[in-house]
Design a protein around this ligand. Structure first.
Ligand code: ATP
Ligand code: MG
Length: 630
């Protein structure tokens, strides 16, 4: 009771406390980076629990699953009780859970499988090929990748194909009719195959809430409190979803920094912050607890345009100014960073206290080589997710056909593993069997000349109705192992991954739950990596993935015109977003911030003289030290 409440309140400053205690109804905490927004949500949960609110009454929406887990652990620690039954995670996760429970009202079967982005592109390719009648036509149409981006952007901004093409891709205006038909067919295929893509999780959820007032009433009665972190990166669908979900109790508590909105390319709109502030209790926090005063001074001088003044007060003192480092090219830059990392570690830092942040994943390649050469351990937050590696995708495809045998793309993936079965044959078989009532039965009866088809049939037959761990084991031991060994030199590493998958799967009774966890929980390689050795690893990450996180020592690298700000930003006039990205990047640092740039940039655009904007020139010289390494 009150003792715990006192303890909770002692961990917050007056402004933060006010936000926790006095937020009823619709409330918005709007504040700059490192001011404790995420902390306020965490303590709000603890406070609600200490006041008798049940975990199942709360819905928590975060940017990653890992963030939700951390917040829950923290809230458990302060309230000294276990917190189970709370629905928490990304919008996609939350919608997935709710759609399985209530989606039948709009015709969604509870055993739907989810297409990740790769699978969606594959399905788009499959559909597109039905419309392509000549080479010429193929050239005139967007690629499957481009089609999927258009389609996704259209969904996340609630626009029509025509609107999106006119605004973002005029070059395809001549083929708009075909694009529309491809999208229609793509939707039909998804329904036929009982699959939802990522966008459907949001779209269908919104439809369910809009069209079915009984269910809207039921779900929104359940959630007495809805808490959302990083609200500045929500899109229009997500805004509508939280508005409908909070209809009954109206206790919607969101935290945001509009100056950190960095996902507009995916349809996020920082206008959501303004809209949600309308008629809400608005709370401000103005102290930065993360960074030293010297870093905060620089941060204060670089604040992007924003609806609310964001100057922050620092509490942590330091003598060390941020450092701007000038190198010759990105090889020099990589050597400098590796060297500095070694020096910091020699002075007592741990690898895990250090992060290198860049605008695009490809900007990290030289650095990766340099770190490997010097045996500096690192992990990537950006780049391929574990579940996007070929071998993990193969295993997932097998689980998917066991769970939902109508999914064509997964069948094609599995069938192509058979000897004597190429793309064309795999597509034909997948098409034929998924058009029947009982695809698995059809497959077991299939007559194809292939040396390993009997093994696959056995594995499938044996795995029917089994748990995910046993299914993977069957698939691996009796069929896939041979293929993996034959195809990959790094077979041992991949085998280890699969063993980890088997182990992870053993915590799940149902294949459906395990798949959902894998596909939408952003399960990254780093998270699977359990053997956390002493000093940990240096983190390499894009700005987008670094959102909300913090490290003692941060290198923001490749700050060159054309690289960061990225040259693509100029094309669609999103230089404002680049400024927000730079702001997010430099605000991750607690003790020490390096900003590196080089004489030679990667960008051809720069060489052509098209990019004038140089973030390094925006930095007030008296706030930083300049180092020259060449
Ligand atoms: P971002 O905008 O980057 O997401 P944020 O506003 O969510 O930042 P937090 O991550 O919650 O900020 O807090 C930043 C750091 O400051 C964390 O290490 C947090 O523990 C610490 N912090 C926040 N409030 C306080 C406080 N009242 N006393 C001590 N430390 C605090
Ligand atoms: Mg935060």
């Amino acid at each position: 009771g009150t003792k715990i409440v006192d303890e909770i309140m002692n961990e917050l400053d007056a402004e933060q406390r006010n936000a926790v205690l006095n937020s009823f109804g619709k409330s918005v905490v709007i504040a700059g980076p490192g001011s404790g927004k995420t902390r306020v949500i965490t303590y709000k949960i603890a406070y609600l629990l200490a006041n008798g609110v049940k975990p199942s009454d709360i819905l928590l929406v975060t940017f990653t699953r890992a963030a939700a887990r951390e917040m829950i652990e923290r809230a458990e620690k302060v309230t000294k009780r276990e917190l189970s039954g709370m629905l928490a995670g990304t919008f996609h996760h939350v919608c997935n859970v709710l759609l399985r429970r209530y989606g039948s009202a709009i015709g969604i079967k509870s055993n739907f499988t989810i297409l990740d982005e790769d699978d969606s592109v594959d399905l788009m390719k499959f559909v597109r090929s039905k419309f392509v009648t000549s080479k010429q036509m193929s050239k005139a149409l967007p690629t499957p990748n481009e089609l999927y981006s258009l389609y996704s952007y259209m969904n996340n901004t609630l626009q029509t194909p025509y609107e999106v093409v006119v605004k973002r891709a005029k070059r395809w205006i001549n083929v708009i009719d075909i694009i529309e038909k491809i999208f229609e067919e793509y939707i039909t295929e998804k329904e036929k195959q009982n699959v939802l893509d990522y966008d459907d999780l949001l779209l269908k959820m919104l439809r369910l809430l809009e069209e079915n007032s009984d269910i809207r009433q039921r779900i929104s009665s359940q959630f007495k409190w809805i808490l959302v972190d990083e609200f500045q990166d929500t899109n229009i669908l997500q805004l509508k979803i939280v508005q409908l979900l909070s209809q009954v109790h109206s206790n919607l508590f969101v935290v945001a920094d509009d100056a950190q909105s960095i996902y507009s390319f995916r349809g996020a709109r920082f206008e959501n912050v303004k809209e949600i502030m309308d008629g809400a209790n608005v709370f401000k926090i103005q102290t930065n607890y993360r960074s030293t005063d010297k870093i905060v001074e620089l941060v204060n001088s670089m604040i992007p345009r924003s609806a609310v003044p964001k100057k922050l007060r620092a509490v942590r003192q330091s003598l060390q100014k941020p450092v701007v480092v000038n190198t010759y090219d990105h090889f020099d830059e990589a050597r400098f960073i590796a060297q500095r990392i070694i020096e910091h570690v020699n002075e007592g830092a741990n690898y895990r206290d250090i992060a290198v942040i860049y605008r695009a994943h490809s900007h990290s390649l030289e650095l990766q080589l340099e770190l490997s050469k010097r045996n500096i351990p690192f992990r990537l937050l950006s780049g391929l997710r574990f579940t996007e590696t070929a071998h993990a995708k193969d295993v997932i495809a097998f689980l998917k056909i066991m769970e939902n045998p109508y999914e064509i793309i997964s069948w094609m993936r599995i069938l192509k593993m058979l000897d004597n079965v190429g793309d064309v044959k795999a597509e034909k078989i997948a098409n034929d069997i998924t058009a029947t009532e009982d695809p698995i039965g059809q497959f077991l009866k299939l007559n194809v000349k292939s040396s390993n088809i009997d093994e696959l049939k056995n594995v499938i037959y044996k795995s029917l109705g089994k748990g995910p761990s046993e299914q993977i084991r069957n698939f691996y031991e009796d069929f896939y192992r041979n293929i993996l060994e034959y195809h990959y030199q790094d077979f041992r590493d991949r085998e280890e991954d699969i063993e980890r998958l088997i182990e992870m799967a053993s915590f799940y009774d149902s294949t459906e739950e395990f798949l959902s966890e894998l596909i939408i929980s952003e399960a990254r390689e780093a998270e699977l990596d359990r053997n956390e050795e002493e000093g940990g690893k240096v983190t390499l990450t894009t700005v987008h993935q670094a959102k909300g996180l913090e490290w003692k020592i941060v290198f923001v690298i490749g700050v060159n015109p054309g690289d960061f700000p990225h040259f693509l930003a100029l094309k669609d006039g999103s230089i404002d977003e680049e400024e927000r990205l730079f702001y997010v990047a430099i605000t991750r640092a607690k003790d020490m911030l390096y900003i590196t740039h080089s004489v030679l940039s990667r960008s051809d655009y720069f060489k052509a003289g098209k990019i004038e904007r140089d973030f390094v020139e925006d930095i007030p010289p008296y706030l930083v030290e300049y180092w020259r390494v060449r």
